[in-house]
Design a protein around this ligand. Structure first.
Ligand SMILES: [Zn+2]
Length: 193
């Protein structure tokens, strides 16, 4: 899937999580950092390819991207597995704990969950594509849904752009509309007061 679809899916997953497990307390700083972390998580697994936004935006980033990609076994390998989610989780928690002193008003654990929600949504979305995802590495089998490869989506093509992405946007809008009272109360309680 493209970065645009992944970022939309990450946001959909975060809203689903917030509706299912309403956070107890929330500051504006936490909410904004969480959304940013969620969007980064949504595209994080694709740092295993040199065309990833992170590498593209760094000087000589493509070379680093190539080396990094080779180290983690190439595109859609380690970074696209449960093991990879574990490593993303451990490293991001370390980074957030390191950054906590300079952002005292941020609930780093909520930000961490928002980041991981993005990472997991990435793997779920890639499972809908023809290539599939090696969820259970070191078992090198790529899983996909639906199980028949030809029924799955081709990255960046019509089905993704004209069905998957609009569907995600519709689901997100519907989630917000149907849980409007809950979300509005949460915002009023935690962000305004
Ligand atoms: Zn991917």
């Amino acid at each position: 899937m493209t970065s645009r679809t992944h970022d939309t899916a990450a946001l959909t997953a975060l809203i689903l999580y917030v509706i299912a497990v309403p956070p107890g307390t929330m500051t504006v700083a936490t909410a904004l950092t969480a959304v940013l972390a969620n969007q980064l998580g949504g595209i994080a697994p694709d740092i295993d390819q040199p065309t990833a936004p992170l590498w593209r935006n760094l000087p000589v980033g493509r070379y680093f991207g190539r080396v990094f990609g080779a180290l983690v076994g190439g595109h859609r390998f380690f970074c696209h597995s449960i093991l990879g989610v574990g490593v993303f989780g451990a490293l991001s928690l370390l980074l957030l704990r390191f950054l906590q002193p300079i952002m005292p008003n941020v609930d780093i654990y909520f930000v961490w969950v928002a980041f991981l929600t993005g990472v997991v949504s990435h793997l779920i979305m890639d499972s809908l594509t023809k290539e599939g995802v090696p969820w259970l590495l070191p078992i090198p089998y790529k899983f996909g849904f639906p199980p028949f490869r030809r029924l799955r989506v081709t990255t960046g093509k019509r089905v993704e752009n004209f069905i998957v992405l609009p569907l995600l946007i519709t689901i997100t809008a519907w989630l917000c509309a149907s849980n409007y009272t809950t979300l509005a109360e949460m915002i009023q309680r935690h962000l305004i007061t």
